[in-house]
Design a binder for this molecule. Structure first.
Ligand code: F6P
Length: 325
């Protein structure tokens, strides 16, 4: 016998990701269809502790589909990491009559979701992170849009790099993951990709740039993941102490990667996951995350999600080397 769910809370947490709004819309409208009330929680877990709640209906999610960011606002809550914060959040949930909670966010947010689940709250998570570092899903909401933003930026940088015959070291986000850098390495044609998972020295990077020059390339692109062991600005300064053929410039893409209207892919993924999250609760499934596995959205236990680390796909990493020849 599945407990009746009459009211669901929904929040977004951690770094925002394009497509979060599409996921919120899907949750609210699916719940509406099933006669379930939805309470929007502003400011992630911080708002859950503070009781920053408001009722949502089908109309309150109109016109948000195509917008980046999150209408529910987001936050990285330190208080919620502590048991006292979680206890206060549960108290607020009970006061508001929430039977279940849907959390959209990355690794840290899903760790919080698991903590609540351990305390008896019915929680379903949706992976939302441009870094694509969440285990248990082929891709997270927002990653595709970020990849497209990076591709557009690097295409532009390549225009100026070739015109001046320069090398560019371009930093992508991903403090724990090299996913964006590796994928950008493939789709933007990088000479070399630096990721947290594979340590390299600055001398090796310089050698790669020098080699590209000698092979007659008009420019060289080095993609550096934010979390790699090498600081982007220092790397450029060090390369410039040597005669590598190209002069080198730096471009740190930064938070621009997190904004923008979600791609069709992200809108679809977010919509599918939002629908599935509500269905999970109605089927009595909780303590899970919606994960894309192949063509299907599956329910992945939150415990598995947070106990496994998603590493960069080495096949793709090796591919960047071949394609750079
Ligand atoms: O959303 C994840 C992420 O983009 C990381 O790649 C990056 O290190 C971090 O967010 C930056 O977070 P903040 O916006 O809090 O500086």
């Amino acid at each position: 016998m599945v407990d009746k769910i009459t009211t669901i809370g929904i929040l977004t947490s951690g770094g925002d990701a394009p497509g979060m709004n599409a996921a919120i819309r899907a949750v609210v409208r699916t719940a509406f269809t099933k006669n379930i009330n939805v309470i929007g929680i502003n400011n992630g877990y911080e708002g859950l502790i503070n009781g920053e709640f408001h009722a949502m209906d089908a109309r309150s999610v109109g016109g948000i589909f195509q917008r980046g960011g999150t209408i529910l606002l987001t936050c990285r809550s330190k208080r919620f990491m502590e048991p006292a914060g979680q206890r206060d959040a549960i108290r607020k949930m009970n006061e508001a009559g929430m039977d279940a909670l849907i959390v959209i966010g990355g690794e840290g947010s899903l760790t919080g979701a698991h903590a609540l689940s351990q305390k008896g709250i019915k929680v379903v998570g949706l992976p939302g992170s441009i870094d694509n570092d969440v285990w248990g899903t082929d891709i997270s909401i927002g990653t595709d849009t970020a990849m497209n933003t990076i591709m557009e930026a690097v295409d532009k940088l390549r225009d100026t790099a070739s015109s001046h015959q320069r090398a560019f070291v371009i930093e992508t986000m991903g403090r724990n993951s090299g996913y964006l850098a590796v994928m950008a390495g493939i789709v933007c044609g990088a000479e070399m990709v630096l990721v947290p998972e594979v340590p390299v020295t600055w001398e090796e990077v310089a050698a790669s740039v020098a080699n590209a020059y000698q092979r007659g390339k008009t420019h060289a692109i080095i993609m550096n993941a934010e979390g790699s062991a090498i600081d982007t600005t220092e790397l450029v300064a060090k390369i410039d102490t040597l005669d590598v053929g190209f002069k080198t410039r730096v471009s740190i893409l930064g938070h621009i990667q997190r904004g923008g209207s979600p791609t069709a892919y992200d809108r679809l993924l977010a919509s599918r996951m939002g629908v599935k999250a509500v269905e999970a609760l109605l089927e009595g499934k909780h303590g899970v995350m919606t994960g894309l596995q192949g063509k299907n959205i599956e329910y992945i236990p939150l415990l598995d999600v947070i106990s496994n680390k998603r590493n960069v796909n080495m096949e793709y990493y090796e591919m960047t080397k071949v394609l750079a020849r």
